[in-house]
Design a binder for this molecule. Structure first.
Ligand SMILES: Cc1cc2nc3c(=O)[nH]c(=O)nc-3n(C[C@H](O)[C@H](O)[C@H](O)COP(=O)(O)OP(=O)(O)OC[C@H]3O[C@@H](n4cnc5c(N)ncnc54)[C@H](O)[C@@H]3O)c2cc1C
Length: 397
């Protein structure tokens, strides 16, 4: 048996690092280790996202997402200020593609207010002042607290703070099995006081070792991006459409990177296996077979417009189609100006086989001597510090 840890975290993405950080801040001097299977940080969702600090207005008022995104946005900004990580205060506008979308826009505004988020209903002339490139029909929403940072820089800074607080980060050490009080990696078996599961695309598998979350199946969705060649700062604000409330994705949008570049995406294309970043590299036939078993349930679910989602998402492999979608929000977008593909990401989206729905909220489940963070999909990058405080607060030692 190797070393003994008071806390071991499986997964060194932003959620796992935030959990270790919150634990060490509460219990300084404890032995804490984070294990990640990859040799370098931010290899998966935490380094492959839009870097948008969401404000928290989309989510059902009683959800963890609503509470932890609003709080997480403020905590992440404070963290970045303290650690010298640049945050670009872009704000964000939500625009309509036609007047038919106005009732849904008003609904979103009301939801934001119910969530205690600063959100303003604006008219076309106010939109023209805030973001001259965007177009709307009648009204738009303005979210001043939405911002952007470099996702990898944030992860690196958080890893630095975990190390500074005395935590060990074991990169390139996959956890191959675990149970109450122990954990096995590719090299060693460790004794563990408490285990936290933040394994992202594999969190459902780790949870099963503890008999937790058996109703869930992973249904990963791929996000592709296109960078524009516009001068930095040409687009000033993130520009989003009104989302379809039947699914948990926000629709193709334009974001500004921390360096001021314009970026289109991400898509929400069904993935063929968990770490399906394109091409056949890393193809996993076993995972594809599992997915093929889950998809029929999703396809026939009365709760989602699955066929509509597939019909609209699959064509977005085409650069031209993606640019056309973005041009409905920002008419000056031309496919010829958006030719550089970004690093794709995959969402660790769970499907609940009992109620036949995609899980819309973050899920935190206790297990024997363990805690499992499941469905850490967007905006868990924004919310991570608040998620971790919530998890550590709820644990009695
Ligand atoms: C395309 C896209 C765009 C997004 N945009 C935004 C955004 O703008 N704003 C926002 O707030 N959120 C966004 N998100 C969501 C956000 O990226 C995720 O919610 C967040 O990164 C989840 O963090 P995580 O630590 O749970 O996952 P990950 O970063 O995936 O970390 C999980 C880690 O677990 C490791 N792991 C898995 N299995 C094992 C094992 N057996 N042993 C050891 N290690 C293991 C993996 O190597 C990985 O590093 C986006 C996501 C995607 C995919």
């Amino acid at each position: 048996m190797g070393h003994a840890f008071d806390l071991a975290v499986v997964g060194g993405g932003i959620v796992g690092l935030a959990l270790a950080d919150a634990w060490l801040s509460r219990y300084p001097g404890d032995q804490v280790a984070v294990f990640d299977k990859e040799p370098h940080l931010a290899a998966h969702a935490s380094g492959r996202n839009s870097g948008v600090l969401h404000a928290g207005f989309y989510y059902a008022p009683d959800s963890l997402k609503a509470q932890l995104t609003r709080d997480g946005n403020a905590m992440l900004k404070e963290f970045c200020a303290e650690r010298g990580v640049t945050v670009r205060p872009t704000g964000k506008v939500v625009v309509t593609k036609s007047e038919d979308e106005l009732p849904a826009l008003y609904e979103l505004h009301a939801r934001g207010q119910a969530n205690g988020v600063d959100i303003e209903l604006i008219d076309e002339s106010q939109l023209a002042e805030l973001e001259p490139l965007a177009r709307t029909h009648g009204h738009a929403l303005w979210s001043p607290n939405t911002a952007v940072a470099d996702p990898e820089a944030v992860v690196e800074a958080l890893a630095d703070r975990v190390r500074a607080r005395g935590g060990d980060i074991h990169m390139g050490e996959p956890v191959t099995a675990a149970g109450p009080g122990w954990l096995r990696t590719s090299t060693t078996t460790y004794s563990v006081g408490h285990l936290m599961n933040a394994a992202g695309l594999y969190a459902d598998r780790v949870a099963r070792w503890f008999d937790v979350g058996r109703e869930y199946r992973m249904l990963p969705f791929k996000g592709l991006y296109l960078y524009g060649n516009w001068a930095p700062g040409h687009l000033q604000r993130h520009v989003y459409p009104v989302p379809d409330p039947r699914n948990p994705f926000l629709g193709v949008h334009l974001t500004v990177t921390v360096d001021g570049r314009a970026k289109i995406g991400p898509t929400a294309i069904p993935s063929l296996w968990r770490e399906d970043y394109g091409g056949v590299r890393g193809a996993n036939i076993g995972e594809s077979i599992d997915l093929a078993r889950t998809y029929p349930r999703f396809l026939t679910s009365p709760h989602h417009d699955t066929l509509g989602l597939i019909r609209t998402e699959m064509p977005k492999y085409s650069r031209r189609v993606l640019a056309e979608q973005a041009a409905r929000l920002v008419p000056s977008v031309r496919a010829a100006d958006f030719t550089e593909r970004g690093r794709p990401g995959v969402r660790a989206q769970l499907f609940d086989t009992v109620n036949g729905r995609l899980e819309m909220d973050f899920v935190v489940r206790p297990g024997e001597r363990s805690t499992h963070v499941l469905n850490a999909v967007s905006p868990a990058w924004t919310s991570a510090l608040a998620v971790a405080a919530h998890v550590v607060d709820a644990l009695e030692r």
